[in-house]
Ligand binder design. Structure first.
Ligand code: DGY
Length: 322
């Protein structure tokens, strides 16, 4: 009998074809994210689960998963999964790092350019038929990237790749990590370590590249916004919950900071009436950090490999906690 696998969303056709050869698969269609009531039923029946960042796999679901060998998430982030509890229950968790490093760093950098040069804002102006209103010498000016200080919070794979992009644009780069990287690597990347406080005080642009954990939950809140430069921009391609969104809206409205560009939100998807959609100096993207054709295909490959390993009782290629 074929082992059973459940997918909370569709993957690429090539990946589904491979999965079908080996397993009896079922794919959720309809409302996204999958309602928990449905996941409760499905997780009881299967040996493998393929999930996505919006699917919260908590203790309650893991307790129901009597046959489950592996949870394979189509993402580098795994804060939606109770990985400790999965491990306790001898369930592997696979994820997809590395392959999305360039795509996510590219998106972060494109958001920096966009919000400083007001590209999306200009697009909105044209679509609203208001181009003729912004032709004066002082109208609609953006800012140079050159010589601005970019503060990278989290100099891991994506943060380091962003640093390379920023260097090519002659930016000054400071970073904060739990531990500084080696002096040799700092030199190679052209970055300087600073404390978190210095990072928020000195940076013209702050880009977030840390995972969402208890430590980073709502790390960017009104206290931090008060300390940031009034001319500073905040970029987030990591996880929405690292920012207190209500405080951010106030900070933007009161001009405590100059702008923000966000690919991730506290609750996704946000709707068109979200307060952030009514603020001009904000660029909003629909969680597309890893969303290039090439990257998404590689992520699908790894997701199914992780699943195959886990179902065979082997550690996934990219495994959390083992
Ligand atoms: C991830 O993989 O965690 C990214 O946020 C894209 O979903």
């Amino acid at each position: 009998m074929k082992r059973r696998v459940f997918l909370t969303r569709r993957l690429h056709d090539f990946a589904l074809k491979k999965l079908k050869k080996k397993y009896q698969i079922e794919i959720h269609s309809g409302k996204i994210p999958i309602p928990k009531s449905k996941l409760r039923i499905k997780i009881k029946e299967v040996d493998g689960l393929i999930c996505f960042p919006y699917d919260k796999i908590d203790k309650e679901l893991i307790d129901l998963a009597k046959n489950l060998k592996v949870i394979s998430t189509y993402s580098v982030g795994f804060d939606h999964i109770d990985t400790d509890y999965a491990k306790k229950n001898k369930i592997f968790v696979g994820y997809t790092p590395e392959v999305l490093t360039n795509a996510t760093a590219d998106l972060a950098f494109s958001l920096i350019i966009d919000v400083l040069r007001r590209v999306s804002e200009g697009d909105r102006i044209i679509r609203a038929g208001k181009w003729t209103e912004i032709y004066g010498a002082y109208d609609y000016v953006g800012l140079d990237l050159q010589h601005k200080t970019l503060g990278i919070l989290g100099l891991g794979r994506i943060g380091s790749t962003l640093a390379k992009r920023a260097r090519a644009f002659d930016m000054k780069i400071v970073y904060h990590n739990r531990m500084p990287i080696s002096k040799t690597k700092e030199k190679l990347l052209g970055v300087n370590y600073v404390s978190f406080d210095k990072l928020i005080l000195q940076s013209d642009i702050i880009s977030i590249h840390v995972p969402h954990t208890n430590e980073t939950d709502q790390l960017f809140n009104k206290k931090v916004f008060k300390k940031m430069k009034k001319s500073a921009f905040l970029i987030n391609t990591a996880r929405g919950k690292i920012i207190n969104e209500k405080d951010l809206v106030i900070a933007l409205k009161k001009k405590m900071i100059a702008g923000a560009a966000l690919d991730v939100f506290q609750i996704e998807p946000i709707n068109k009436n979200h307060p952030l959609t009514r603020i001009q100096n904000v660029v909003l993207a629909p969680h597309i950090g890893s969303s290039t054709k090439e990257t998404r295909e590689k992520m699908a490959e790894i997701t199914i490999k992780n699943l195959e390993h886990g179902i065979r009782g082997k550690r996934p290629i990219y495994s959390v906690g083992y």
